[in-house]
Design a protein around this ligand. Structure first.
Ligand SMILES: CC(C)(COP(=O)(O)OP(=O)(O)OC[C@H]1O[C@@H](n2cnc3c(N)ncnc32)[C@H](O)[C@@H]1OP(=O)(O)O)[C@@H](O)C(=O)NCCC(=O)NCCS
Length: 147
């Protein structure tokens, strides 16, 4: 049975191995797990997503699913849980950088934006200084804040 829940301090190593296996940046990943979501299959970590907070904006990062678990909706589940978490924290616009998953994130309502626009909102993130940041496509989604 798959559980989608808030990440805790003991998840850092497991999430870092998932990121490393997927070639995603580790810089700042541990810190970002403060607003992190994980997917667990028993004791095993099979997916993650995290939000870095920058005033009214957030950076969605570290979205990853273990290879043998892909294509079953785990990615969607962790992204939606991370969005809910960001919304509850008062994040109004969620940005992300991706090299490989533009089409995938478009399914969830993210649109490509100019990197300069994203840089104004979340440019302090170390992800902007990494390979992913330099080559990555910037995307944004407005989070509807429910009363
Ligand atoms: C991207 C990723 C998180 C998706 O996780 P997932 O659990 O497989 O996602 P879901 O099961 O919710 O969605 C699967 C669907 O998305 C499609 N899809 C998966 N990755 C995709 C991509 N990179 N681009 C376009 N479509 C993609 C699948 O073909 C599948 O389509 P279907 O529903 O029509 O069959 C996972 O493939 C992954 O960890 N990739 C490596 C890391 C990465 O690229 N992270 C995001 C960028 S920072």
């Amino acid at each position: 049975v798959l559980r989608i829940e808030r990440a805790n301090g003991t998840d850092v190593t497991g999430v870092e191995s998932l990121l490393a296996a997927a070639g995603l940046p580790l810089d700042g990943a541990a810190e970002a797990l403060a607003l992190g979501i994980v997917a667990r299959d028993g004791d095993a970590l099979v997916g993650a997503a995290a939000v870095e907070r920058y005033a009214a904006a957030g950076l969605l990062r570290s979205v990853v699913v273990r290879k043998d678990m892909r294509g079953a909706g785990v990615g969607r589940a962790v992204v939606e849980a991370a969005e809910d978490l960001a919304r509850r924290e008062g994040v109004q616009d969620l940005y992300l950088l991706t090299e490989t998953a533009v089409d995938w994130f478009q399914r969830f309502g993210y649109s490509v934006v100019d990197r300069a626009v994203a840089a104004l909102a979340v440019g302090r993130s170390v992800e902007f200084a990494t390979v992913c940041g330099e080559r990555g496509v910037a995307m944004r989604k407005g989070l509807w804040i429910h009363g």
